[in-house]
Ligand binder design. Structure first.
Ligand SMILES: *Cc1c(COP(=O)(O)O)cnc(C)c1O
Length: 453
């Protein structure tokens, strides 16, 4: 009988994170100080990040040891199972062998605690008592609330207002793990007060919420900031996914995948799975690394690769990435998550160098794919994850039509148990597709600073 679930024993959890920078022939463009457009000195980040994470952000070593205490906490749910999607394969009548890495088994239900635990731990090591952060739909906020709870740190979450009002369940998760949560923009920060004065009815955005959390951290001695995606050290922490998946495929004698597929918001879950395969690809192996996004927030497929701010209030350094412009606000009709205006600089660099491929899908076809997955493999995927599932199913069908026995590897980034209202909208025919108008992108791009680099 074909083995369905492939478990790594706990003592074979990776002991080091993998840093792809060591294997790249291209040095990553440095973050810049927006005031003088010079590379940002690491000390400039010390107002909001612990030194250990800044060092990881700039690190060029191939391996970064995972402290024993972090591995012990990750052991609550790691290594995560790699699952052969036999029922989906049968349903699609595809000769492809499909595997998914099930990151939904973590307590908050996604890949995000892989980095939340690490970030909270390093902050605690360096004596910080409190962390401020932003959250969109609430996955990152709940992951950090969970980490803060286990490590004894106070967590304050600025939650994008539309989600705060429409998606109460992750807020309840955060409260259960003891975090404080406010709708963003909030009256608690200067950035929030300014935006509320201009536009009191704004639905908020991740860019605005980041401005608030960064300001909170920069203005309090005991507080740091924490970001759930985009940054190099976050991608680094997520590489446990790909490192484990490689071992799991190896354990059952499976070859390297032909495709590695993941959805991209800021790029961290996809990168965590894909980066450990980049060296194989650079060495000539036939592997497509496919990042998938919504057409409603088409950062990788329609954005430009250039220096931009990470937030709306222009408080962050300039980073070179695919961007739709820091003033971009995604349409509120969009139910499918993945709403950030930028993309991880490392993912962006690899897209630019044609190492990473990209695709974008509409939300109704994405939910249709989610239903196919839920009705075969059983798990109800997060709307974000469903973007990757849509690409997976399309490629499995391509394999059927071309009779190719490819190995397809999907990162199953999270479950959708707190997104059932979106499923209800889809099932009752109320979910509409949305293409971001070119004029709106052009308008947001016009506000991006001009940097010759
Ligand atoms: C946050 C989230 C994403 C998107 O973030 P990335 O940094 O791109 O991984 C994708 N899937 C799930 C389930 C998430 O919670």
């Amino acid at each position: 009988m074909t083995q369905r679930r492939i478990y790594l024993p706990e003592d074979r959890m990776p002991k080091a994170w993998y840093n792809v920078v060591a294997d790249l022939p291209w040095p990553p463009p440095p973050p810049l100080n927006p005031a003088n457009l010079q590379p940002l000195p690491p000390q400039a980040l010390e107002a909001i990040f612990p030194k250990a994470l800044i060092a990881q952000e700039m690190c060029a070593d191939r391996w970064v040891e995972i402290p024993e205490e972090i591995r012990k906490i990750l052991g609550l749910w790691r290594p995560t199972p790699l699952v052969r999607a036999l029922s989906l394969e049968e349903h699609l009548k595809t000769p492809a062998r499909i595997y998914y890495k099930n990151e939904s088994v973590s307590p908050p239900g996604s890949h995000k605690p892989n980095t939340a635990i690490a970030q909270a731990w390093y902050n605690k090591q360096e004596g910080f008592k409190r962390i401020a952060t932003e959250t969109g739909a609430g996955q990152w906020g709940s992951a950090l609330a969970f980490a803060g709870c286990l490590l004894g740190l106070e967590i304050k979450v600025y939650m994008v207002r539309v989600s705060f009002e429409q998606k109460p369940y992750r807020k309840h998760l955060m409260h259960t793990w003891g975090a404080e949560v406010v709708p963003s923009p909030s009256p608690d920060t200067e950035a929030g007060r300014q935006i509320l004065a201009r536009d009191p009815d704004t639905s908020g955005s991740l860019g605005i919420a980041i401005s608030e959390a960064v300001e909170d951290a920069a203005t309090r001695e005991d507080t740091n900031y924490s970001l759930g995606s985009v940054l190099n050290h976050v991608l680094l922490h997520q590489t446990v996914e790909g490192l484990e998946a490689k071992e799991q495929l190896d354990m059952i004698g499976e070859r390297l995948p032909n495709m590695v597929i993941g959805c991209c918001g800021g790029g961290s879950n996809f990168a965590g799975m894909a980066l450990p395969f980049v060296k194989d690809k650079l060495d000539g192996k036939d592997i497509s690394l496919l990042g998938v996004e919504p057409t409603a927030c088409p950062t990788m497929t329609r954005g430009e690769y250039r220096y931009d701010f990470g937030d709306t209030a222009q408080k962050t350094p300039l980073v070179k990435m695919h961007t739709l412009g820091h003033s971009f606000v995604p349409p509120p009709v969009h139910a499918g998550g993945l709403r950030y205006h930028g993309m991880a600089p490392l993912v962006s660099l690899l897209i630019d160098k044609k190492v990473i491929d990209t695709a974008a899908y509409h939300q109704t076809e994405v939910f249709e794919a989610a239903l196919t997955f839920a009705r075969t493999e059983g798990i109800i995927p997060a709307p974000e994850t469903s973007h990757a599932i849509k690409a997976l199913i399309d490629n499995a069908i391509r394999c059927r039509e071309t009779n190719s026995e490819e190995v397809l590897l999907l990162n199953f980034s999270g479950h959708g148990h707190f997104d059932l209202a979106s499923y209800d909208l889809y099932l009752s025919g109320q979910l509409m597709d949305y293409e971001f108008p070119q004029e709106a992108i052009a308008k947001a791009m016009a506000a991006v600073p001009k940097v010759d680099a």
